[in-house]
Design a protein around this ligand. Structure first.
Ligand code: HEM
Length: 391
């Protein structure tokens, strides 16, 4: 067997691969990469939920790679963060950051999000052809997260490029360089926020630091994590949702007639084409059994929300987009202690963007045949390189 997650066809249509693998076994050992490494891939919904909460699956990548020749030179603020740590370190950082991202404070961001969406769409003329990814899905999340972190407008393109390189570059040297650039930038930004307290997430995190919850390195690595985690994921949420609606004109027409239904449709859109195909790194600290499969100690375990969300066991007829379905049990935001911190923010951005699109541009349609759409070639996230539409 070759690495099934590296086939060019996988990036265009991961779902047939996921289905084939899940039908064989909801948990299985697969080759990863070309150097003879293996990992366990979790494609079943029940098994993925269980894996997300199993304390024997560690997120502490530094501990796993210690003593192994990884060849990587990541900035410490990138290499060590809440998403790459276990309790009690994770618990402390999460407790400090979580209150800033609940629906209450995110509700306060809605007018700003609407303003950014309006500004982006104001330049678009009815009937024109635009790239919805470049024109809306990319700039919206980066503008919002930079605003929250206090990144000045003049620096946002640069910061966005580093974040993209961290996620997307094939060349390890480019990833390492981006990690140092963004790590050093955030160290300075956090230092400035400490010296001149004001509004925003960083000063708020510092106040929690004073309460003994975080130190300055924690605040810096949290800032980097917030920037990177909320960026490409939300881009793909918007892009994949718009594509799904264009492929299902009656669902699109319903949302256009009644935009009040958009908020309640977001879970099904997240389930149907999940922006995170495969969750971040975990490994087994001891032998365990999952879905009837023995996983020995010391193996990477890949949990695939993209596959779990198309599992026919909890979701009847899973390949069908059905806005009336109760899709609340989807795993697009993960599950357990690392469940996405930014889910309310991502939902608010997607809801406001979709509402503006469907109400302003009633004739919205694809500008190219579907087969010509290009997907990003990463297995972590699933999203389009571009989405040409006619307005
Ligand atoms: C639709 C958009 C998004 C999706 C699909 C998404 C998905 C996820 C997933 C699957 C995880 C868990 C990863 C794992 O356990 O391996 C996660 C964690 C996280 N996400 Fe999101 N995310 C999105 C948007 C955001 C935004 C906007 C932010 C920032 C404000 C954010 C911040 C985080 C953070 C900080 C974590 C780590 C939480 C922890 O370790 O406790 N995400 N996200």
């Amino acid at each position: 067997m070759t690495d099934p997650l590296h086939d060019p066809l996988f990036f265009r249509d991961p779902y047939s691969t996921y289905d084939r693998l899940r039908s064989a076994s909801p948990v299985q050992k697969i080759p990863t990469g070309s150097r003879g490494h293996h990992a366990y891939l979790v494609t079943g919904h029940a098994e993925a939920r269980q894996a997300f909460t199993d304390p024997r699956l560690s997120k502490d990548a530094a501990r796993f790679f210690a003593g192994r020749p990884s060849g990587r030179d990541l900035h410490p603020a990138v290499a060590r963060n809440m998403l790459a740590s276990d309790p009690p370190g994770h618990t402390r950082q999460r407790a400090a950051a979580a209150p800033l991202f609940t629906t209450g404070p995110v509700g306060g961001m809605r007018p700003y999000i609407s303003q950014v969406v309006d500004r982006l769409l104001d330049g678009w003329a009815q009937g024109a052809e635009v790239d919805l990814v470049k024109g809306l899905a990319v700039p919206l999340p980066v503008t919002v997260i930079c605003q929250l972190l206090g990144v000045p407008e003049s620096d946002r393109d640069m910061v966005s490029r580093w974040s993209n390189d961290l996620f997307d570059a094939d060349d390890p040297d480019i990833i390492d360089a981006a990690s140092h650039a963004v790590g050093e930038y955030m160290t300075d930004l956090v230092g400035a926020a400490r010296d001149t307290p004001g509004e925003g997430v960083l000063p708020a995190l510092f106040q929690r630091g004073e309460a003994g919850l975080l130190d300055e390195d924690d605040v810096t690595s949290l800032a980097v994590l917030l920037l990177v985690a909320g960026h490409e994921t939300t881009t793909h949420f918007i892009g994949n949702s718009v594509l799904a609606l264009l492929q299902h004109p009656s669902s699109l027409a319903r949302l256009r007639r009644d935009p009040g239904l958009i908020a309640g449709s977001l879970d099904e859109l997240l389930r149907y084409d999940s922006p995170v195909g495969i969750a971040t790194f975990r490994y087994s600290t001891e032998a365990l059994e999952l879905g009837g499969v023995e996983i020995p100690a010391g193996f990477p375990v890949l949990i695939a929300p993209g596959a779990a969300n198309r599992d026919p066991l909890p979701f009847a007829d899973p390949q069908r987009l059905d806005l009336d379905r109760n899709a609340g049990g989807h795993l697009a935001f993960g599950h357990g202690i690392h469940r996405c911190l930014g889910a309310p923010l991502a939902r608010a951005e997607a809801e406001i963007a979709l509402r503006a699109l469907v109400t302003r541009f009633p004739g919205l349609r694809l500008a190219v045949p579907e087969e010509e759409l290009e997907w990003r070639r990463t297995r972590l996230t699933r999203g389009l390189r571009s989405l040409p539409v006619v307005l």
